[in-house]
Design a protein around this ligand. Structure first.
Ligand SMILES: [Zn+2]
Length: 93
């Protein structure tokens, strides 16, 4: 009895894992992409431009670029802060 229930639980879990969609994109080798699809899409971040339902490839790239610049700004900010600290340390010694 309990074994059957367990099997059912495991079975449903397995099918859910299959349902958490894998990217429908194809790699350069011609095999299916192994990455997890993004929410609301059948494609991962790399292959999102292949998604016919996506708003447009350029929009996705723009979003990616804005995220990148945001990251770069953060890195730059850290760099500037580190520079200020370093120069202060040099002045002290
Ligand atoms: Zn992919």
């Amino acid at each position: 009895m309990s074994k059957r229930i367990w099997r059912r639980v495991l079975g449903s879990r397995r099918s859910e894992e299959v349902y958490v969609a894998r990217c429908s994109g194809t790699t350069k080798k011609g095999t299916q992409c192994r990455l997890k699809a993004m929410e609301g899409s059948d494609y991962c971040a790399i292959h999102i431009t292949e998604d016919p339902r996506a708003p447009s490839g350029s929009e996705a790239i723009e979003e990616l670029e804005s995220r990148l610049t945001e990251k770069m700004k953060t890195i730059l900010g850290f760099g500037i802060a580190a520079g200020i600290v370093l120069s202060a340390l040099i002045k002290k010694s």
